[in-house]
Design a protein around this ligand. Structure first.
Ligand SMILES: Cc1cc2nc3c(=O)[nH]c(=O)nc-3n(C[C@H](O)[C@H](O)[C@H](O)COP(=O)(O)OP(=O)(O)OC[C@H]3O[C@@H](n4cnc5c(N)ncnc54)[C@H](O)[C@@H]3O)c2cc1C
Length: 443
């Protein structure tokens, strides 16, 4: 990398965005240099891992293009950033330089029949609200519903809606992207078809997303459904039933009391009981209730409210882990697991780590779990991965930040779209581990 000309870039950004569009304030730079990775004690112990020299706030897709072109001219590394909730360090500016914060480029540009176009920094919950006004809804959104759409596509994988539609890369959720390459041109390049895959879950290392078009489907009449049990196994068995059910629920999660007791107080979450909760179609509530009662559970609440759907989503996936870590500070690390053994051999799965407790999400073919265990050392965490491999359980490690979604494909593209190696440097590395949890077609 050529030596970055930070002074030159700073001056040009002020000209481009005005004084309020760029910051050199230390506190601002520090806040922009950490993401959700403190969820991992292994990553947390290594912080700080880079400090932004500058933070820029473009307020439109076009300004994103101009900022990236300016950084190219001055040889300054660029780490894009939405809300900074990425939970394994994807957003850390390992080589310092410029953090490009997209949260002011947040307009929903157009809602059509079956699609919605928004700027990179649009808040996903706002996109869902805009879609609902047109009688439609997003195919999927993460439990971090307040995060940005480009951050989700670049750093996330799935969430509410994934039982039916899979992940961002296994579905046709993403219809088009307008991206900026790190080649000196501010032009937005329109990406469609298979090419889209290269930009998903690759942390902005092959291009910066400026605009997004994602698919919508007709609005369904959903209910938030809360049930509870004495024992975990019946709830686990129903996770499989709900995963295979047609029509699919939008979400279905289950937890042991340790995690339930860490969630916000809610009439649908009686303390000290196992929780099974999800978003089901209104006309499926009777069937869901029957299934629960047949195996000795009880239905605690059924709620018809769009906001409740967002609240319930924020008690799913990694959010459950975050609540657990808050309730029992400095105790737990977590790993992401996929496989039928999560249901069939739950005791063995949990016993891999001391204090192991599984949070589980229904999926169509293979349930997805997030397991907390008491943290001893990084070596003990990695040793557990081998035991899971023996059980046929895929592990996705939330303790490393290298691009794991087809890194070879990303490197081939970055050779053309980022010849100076300035896009989120340090994340795209030769021989990186491949994430078998997110999609089945990684190679
Ligand atoms: C408690 C918790 C719960 C979570 N739950 C889920 C979940 O249910 N599902 C899920 O998929 N993820 C989940 N995540 C991970 C993360 O929150 C989501 O992926 C989120 O959507 C990221 O959005 P963000 O705006 O915060 O992006 P950021 O964290 O700011 O960025 C994410 C990644 O994308 C890159 N990036 C940001 N903007 C752009 C851009 N315009 N162009 C190119 N690259 C860009 C960043 O450099 C970074 O590598 C969770 C994280 C936490 C901490």
């Amino acid at each position: 990398m050529t030596r970055p000309d930070l002074t030159g870039l700073h001056a040009e950004l002020i000209e481009l965005l005005g004084e309020r569009g760029v910051s050199t304030d230390l506190g601002t730079r520090q806040r922009a240099s950490v993401d959700g990775c403190p969820m991992s004690p292994i990553l947390s112990a290594q912080l700080p891992l880079g400090l932004a020299d500058l933070v820029a706030y473009p307020s439109s897709a076009e300004e994103i293009g101009q900022v990236v072109a300016a950084a190219y001219r001055h040889d300054v590394p660029v780490t894009p950033r939405g809300k900074g909730t990425a939970n394994y360090g994807q957003g850390l500016p390992l080589h310092d330089g410029l953090v490009l914060d997209t949260t002011r480029a947040r307009r929903v540009l157009e809602v059509g029949d079956g699609w919605i176009t928004a700027e990179a920094g649009a808040v996903i919950a706002m996109m869902e609200a805009a879609a609902r006004q047109s009688g439609q809804e997003l195919l999927m959104y993460p439990s971090t519903a307040q995060s940005t759409i480009a951050g989700f596509l670049s750093g996330g994988s799935g969430g509410t809606g994934s039982i039916e539609h899979g992940t961002i890369s296994s579905s046709d959720f993403v219809q088009a992207l307008d991206v900026v390459e790190m080649t000196g041109s501010p032009e937005l390049v329109h990406i469609t078809g298979d090419d889209i895959q290269t930009y998903l879950h690759t942390y902005g290392t092959v291009g910066i997303i400026a605009k997004v078009t994602v698919k919508l489907e007709p609005l369904r009449d959903w209910r938030c459904f809360y049930a509870s049990f004495e024992e975990f196994q019946p709830a686990l068995d129903l996770i499989r039933v709900f995963g295979d059910m047609e029509p699919s629920p939008r979400l279905m999660s289950a937890d042991r009391p340790l995690m339930v007791n860490a969630l916000p107080l809610h009439p649908g979450l009686p303390r000290d009981r196992v929780s099974l909760r999800g978003i089901v179609r209104a006309d499926e509530v009777a069937r869901a209730s029957r299934l629960v009662e047949e195996v000795g559970g009880r239905v605690d609440a059924v709620i018809d409210d769009a906001q409740e759907m967002i609240r319930m989503s924020m008690m799913s996936y990694n959010h459950t882990i975050e609540w657990t870590q808050k309730a029992y500070p400095d105790t737990y690390f977590h790993v992401e697991l996929v496989g039928q053994a999560l249901i069939d051999r739950v005791d063995e799965v949990e016993a891999v780590y001391p204090g192991g407790v599984l949070h589980i999400e229904a999926q169509k073919d293979r349930p997805l779990g997030l397991l907390v265990g008491e943290f001893e050392s990084a070596e003990a965490v990695y040793a557990g991965y081998e035991k899971y491999a023996e059980m046929g359980v895929f592990v996705h490690s939330p303790h490393q930040w290298t691009v794991d979604n087809n890194p070879g494909r990303a490197m081939a593209r970055a050779a053309r779209s980022d010849p100076k190696g300035l896009l989120n440097p340090g994340k795209l590395v030769e021989g990186a581990v491949v994430n078998q949890v997110m999609t089945t077609d990684n190679s």
